[in-house]
Design a protein around this ligand. Structure first.
Ligand code: 5GP
Length: 139
């Protein structure tokens, strides 16, 4: 079963496409969380970041950078969030890798993304151990 984004890529369902090349497509998110909210989507149907080759991800991020500047210019956005939900627990609802570009205009949008701060609950050894585990997994 193709994802909704795969169907947009194949022009089976309509979308407001703003950019396309061999690897990537970008179109307006139907929800328009803020004015100009845009999705940058890999053409290959990778489920999430855990499947995406680095080369595709870096191209996708390059396109996102270009689009962020275009969105800023088009709407005069003073700020912009880049968001990617990967996996159901992270809030992903369409299982086809994508970045959200969410331009920001007003303070009242502040509560769109509030991260919990656990700094006070962690010892220096716990930070060290977390960093060590990531570095070990990289090698
Ligand atoms: P996720 O929740 O996976 O991070 O993001 C999926 C996004 O896809 C949501 O923000 C949702 O509004 C958007 N979306 C879902 N269906 C459609 C559609 O048919 N067309 C467009 N343009 N966006 C969609």
């Amino acid at each position: 079963m193709p994802t909704i984004f795969a169907r947009i890529i194949r022009r089976e369902i309509p979308a407001h496409i703003v950019y396309e090349d061999d690897l990537v497509i970008a179109f307006l998110d139907i929800s328009q969380a803020t004015k100009g909210h845009t999705l940058v989507v890999s053409k290959v149907e990778y489920q999430n970041i855990f499947e995406v080759p680095e080369k595709t991800a870096s191209h996708l991020f390059g396109v996102a950078t270009r689009l962020a500047k275009a969105i800023q210019k088009a709407f005069g956005a003073s700020a912009l969030n880049i968001l990617s939900n990967n996996g159901e627990l992270a809030g992903q609802t369409v299982f086809h890798f994508h970045l959200h570009l969410i331009p920001r205009y007003e303070r009242q949008d502040d509560n769109l993304f509030k991260l919990k701060n656990n700094q006070g609950n962690l010892t220096s050894d716990e930070y060290k151990e977390r960093a060590r585990l990531i570095k070990e997994a990289l090698s």
